[in-house]
Design a protein around this ligand. Structure first.
Ligand SMILES: O=P(O)(O)OC[C@H]1O[C@H](O)[C@H](O)[C@@H](O)[C@@H]1O
Length: 578
């Protein structure tokens, strides 16, 4: 498929192709709406924050068997020019509960097989973090995860992992993308069938063997098993896999950690590509917790946990004194875990002097402040867990720094480095242990959060998204970002901006005009620091057609902090008008 062809030419090629029956029918349906054709046939899919993600439909800007083969052909050609041992190390492949996920996984194996590259494919769906673990455990050269994470059911996606188990960083992905772009005829990519792969010994199914190895590592997450044991009979949890891969392991994960009172939300423990009980299978949205809350009230659960369909994100709600549930934000969950991990390790004399936590530049300073109290450094990276993975790799190869925790505000956390992406299985165990910690003191996690607020300040954050769908949306987003640079923000709601960081130009500008260089990779992000400890960031999302506006404030109460955010949001909102 030529990339510089008009959408009409691309569309004609697809019309003439011998498509699968489903895609043929969908193409006929799409023909009724020219806008849809323009969207699907103008430009190919891009690799964003978390790989390639798009709606499942015909087209070059869509997820379908042909674009999956095309992407894999690029990876295979890239691997062809590696030294033989690396190529021979093969590729691990997993997939989630979405429509076509398994089909795409085996399609990828088929293309790799046509290049003589061996695939290790899961016998059924497994979490993204388990795939990351598998790449490291089997020492494969790369990994592929077929998932659109928490996106709606119409979407699917393709993530590539490097041999360290982290999502491949942009420099390597760019090399692979250069190969992908050369695959101009999507319909002639060679692919072996499963029997052919097996005959050629280029396919190995994996499953229980990897589960056991991963579970053995998960068993090491608990810092104080004694604590859990002590309160296990009273600590009640509700868990929901939101119709996805968390279902495969949660039971054994919690049991291994010593948690005995775990009730699963039965309707959401059904593997379902429709995600029928959720508006969005995303634990960031309160609606995803409706059924968990009902069950929680029945069993008087202390803690509700939900993981997204590929089990890399985790959301949680804690019981308040009146019996209602309080949804925690990703930043609060991280602060609670950081506080517990550091306190427990310090008490056990296990806190390394060069320990550090890693977070993204759009995540809260709450955890930073907690960590500083224990003398622990916080490193900041760009959005994307791959950058946290990169830091871990650096610490382990240089011996400088000791990874203690990684997180992003977008509900992603990592406790231990046997996985190099966010891991909701690890986080589930750790959060349950935090609940046990408070329970043992006769408190709830809600009380614990209030204590942290009182000690460190009432940190509150909010992420507001402005949607700009379609090709025209891309242009509008570019204009909005350009306007932020052309008419710089000097004050917000009357509060002066003291520092502006522009990650695209890699500059840090103080209000007196002094400019210094930022030492993070280039990215379209602007971050403002205000005179009152507030920070505000703005960036186009790398996974969805939207601009995200982030606020982080500290105040004397939750209400005061929230009121500040309201005022700042109102002041900046006009900049996002179309
Ligand atoms: O803000 P975005 O670019 O949409 O990314 C939001 C999140 O998307 C995915 O979950 C990535 O794995 C995360 O690393 C990222 O934080």
């Amino acid at each position: 498929m030529a990339f510089f062809m008009s959408w009409e030419d691309n569309y004609r090629l697809w019309q003439a192709a011998d498509l699968t029956q489903d895609l043929q029918a969908e193409l006929t349906e799409m023909a009724k709406d020219q806008n849809q054709l323009v969207e699907a046939f103008t430009q190919p899919m891009a690799f964003g924050t978390a790989g390639m993600r798009g709606v499942m439909q015909p087209g070059i800007n869509a997820m379908n068997i042909y674009t999956v083969r095309q992407a894999t052909e690029g990876l295979a050609q890239f691997m062809d020019q590696l030294e033989p041992a690396k190529k021979a190390a093969g590729v691990a492949i997993s997939y989630d509960s979405r429509y076509h996920s398994q089909e795409f996984a085996f399609a990828a194996a088929g293309v790799l097989g046509a290049h003589g590259i061996k695939s290790f494919v899961f016998d059924s769906l497994r979490p993204t973090p388990e795939l990351s673990f598998t790449v490291r455990h089997l020492k494969t050269y790369a990994g592929i995860m077929i998932t659109a994470s928490h996106n709606p059911k119409q979407y699917n996606g393709y993530k590539i992992y490097g041999s360290d188990g982290g999502q491949m960083p942009p420099e390597e992905v760019d090399q692979i993308v250069a190969y992908i772009e050369k695959v101009t005829d999507l319909f002639s990519v060679k692919s072996l069938t499963q029997p052919q792969l097996r005959d050629a010994k280029l396919l190995q199914l994996i499953g229980e063997d990897l589960d056991q190895a991963y579970l053995a590592e998960l068993a090491t997450i608990t810092i104080r098993p004694d604590l859990i044991k002590k309160v296990a009979s009273e600590l009640s949890l509700v868990y929901s896999p939101l119709h996805g891969t968390g279902k495969m392991l949660y039971d054994r994960v919690f049991r291994t950690a010593g948690l005995t009172q775990v009730a699963v939300v039965p309707e959401q423990a059904v593997l379902d590509p429709e995600f029928a009980t959720t508006l969005f299978p995303n634990p960031e949205f309160p609606q995803a917790f409706e059924l968990a809350e009902q069950l929680g009230k029945n069993v008087k659960a202390d803690l509700l946990i939900a993981t997204d369909p590929d089990a890399d994100r985790l959301g949680a709600a804690v019981r308040q004194p009146n019996g209602d549930y309080h949804l925690l934000t990703g930043n609060q969950i991280a602060a609670l875990m950081v506080n517990y991990i550091l306190a427990a390790k310090q008490a056990m004399n296990q806190l390394p002097a060069d320990g550090c936590i890693v977070k993204s530049i759009v995540s809260s300073e709450f955890a930073t402040k907690v960590a500083a109290n224990y003398g622990i450094e916080t490193r900041n990276v760009l959005t994307g867990f791959k950058y946290i993975g990169e830091q871990i790799e650096q610490m382990e190869t240089t011996g400088q720094g000791h990874f203690l925790f990684g997180f992003e505000e977008s509900y992603g956390y990592l406790v231990k480095s046997f996985v190099r992406d966010k891991d909701a299985m690890q986080a589930s165990v750790m959060l349950a242990e935090v609940a046990a910690y408070y329970r043992e003191q006769g408190k709830t996690m809600y009380d614990g959060l209030q204590e942290l607020f009182e000690k460190y300040g009432y940190f509150q954050e909010r992420t507001v998204s402005f949607d700009f769908p379609g090709l025209s949306g891309q242009e509008t987003m570019a204009n909005v970002m350009a306007a932020f640079r052309e008419q710089p923000v000097q004050a917000v709601d009357g509060v002066a901006v003291t520092t502006t960081e522009d990650y695209l130009h890699q500059t840090k500008t103080l209000s007196d005009g002094t400019v210094t260089e930022l030492n993070l990779p280039q990215a379209d992000v602007l971050k403002y620091y205000l005179a009152d400890e507030t920070w505000i960031a703005v960036r186009p999302s790398g996974t969805e057609p939207k601009i995200k506006l982030y606020f982080g404030v500290v105040g004397k109460s939750v209400e005061a902090s929230q009121a500040k955010i309201d005022a700042y949001q109102a002041a900046l909102a006009p900049r996002f008008k179309n």
